[in-house]
Design a protein around this ligand. Structure first.
Ligand SMILES: [Zn+2]
Length: 261
């Protein structure tokens, strides 16, 4: 394992040297500047332009159930409990150019009443995309699930700064792939996303959208009310890769937010 790590480190160092040689230090690499699908979180490819970049992204501008939202006025309701049937997964970690995403092994499910969704992946935003009473948290984890009909359900775990490192995340937090679209697999690092969930599983729920282009709607959002913590160093490590990757708050329009009591 040590040899493999060293080889990897050397390969990475070489890749960095090659990149450094190819791009003058004072010039940001902008290879896909004119690719209309190359959206970002700032400037002319930022969120206020997503809906105009290509027709497939029009919902980002015209949608009526867009995410993220500010959670303020809520209706207390008898909601079905969330059942997390998560198994261990190997570590498959991806830099998709917009966030760090962990692809999860098949066979883990979120069950809500008669609905069963398979966990596909989870990823992070900083700050949290969701605001609670107008306040955003330092980070959020989005756990993305899909049922057999292709409908999405996303669990949001709000992440606050605490005194200690989050131990599950610590297993792969120093292994972020540096380059966009780079993926790394570690079959010997196994974890269970259950370890990121708070013990109190009460939640807010509403219908919304993907928070990234194409901003598709019909997404069932479930925001856990109890935040979890990670260390300042862990937050800083993520921010070093993605300093800001949260879409602005969207209008609630005709939607109601339900709160489990
Ligand atoms: Zn997300």
């Amino acid at each position: 394992m040590l040899i493999r790590t060293n080889t990897l480190a050397i390969a990475l160092a070489l890749a960095c040297v090659l990149t450094a040689n190819a791009t003058p230090a004072n010039e940001k690499p902008h290879k896909a500047k004119h690719d209309p699908s190359h959206w970002s979180y700032e400037g002319e490819t930022g969120p206020s332009h997503w809906g105009d970049m290509k027709s497939e992204f029009n919902l980002c501008r015209d949608g009526k159930q867009q995410s993220p939202i500010n959670i303020s006025e809520v209706y207390s309701h008898e909601l079905e409990p969330l059942q997390f049937q998560y198994r261990d997964s190997k570590t498959n970690i991806q830099n998709n150019g917009h966030t760090i995403q962990l692809n999860y092994d098949p066979g883990s499910f979120l069950v809500i009443g008669n609905d069963r969704y398979q966990l596909l992946q989870f990823h992070f935003h900083t700050p949290s995309e969701e605001a609670i009473g107008g306040q955003r948290y330092p980070m959020v984890a989005h756990l993305v699930h899909k049922n057999e009909a292709g409908q999405l359900a996303v669990i949001a775990v709000l992440l606050n700064q605490g005194s200690y490192a989050q131990s599950m995340l610590a297993q792969f937090w120093d292994k972020f792939p540096k380059n966009p679209n780079e993926t790394r697999s570690y079959d010997d690092i196994r974890y269970n996303i259950n370890d990121l969930l708070p013990s109190n599983k009460k939640y807010w729920t509403f219908m919304g959208s993907l928070t990234t282009p194409p901003c598709s709607e019909g997404v069932r959002w479930l925001v856990l009310k109890t935040p979890q913590t990670l260390s300042a160093a862990q937050i800083a490590r993520f921010e070093r890769e993605f300093p800001m990757n949260a879409r602005p708050i969207q209008s609630l329009q005709q939607r109601a937010i339900l709160e489990s009591n």
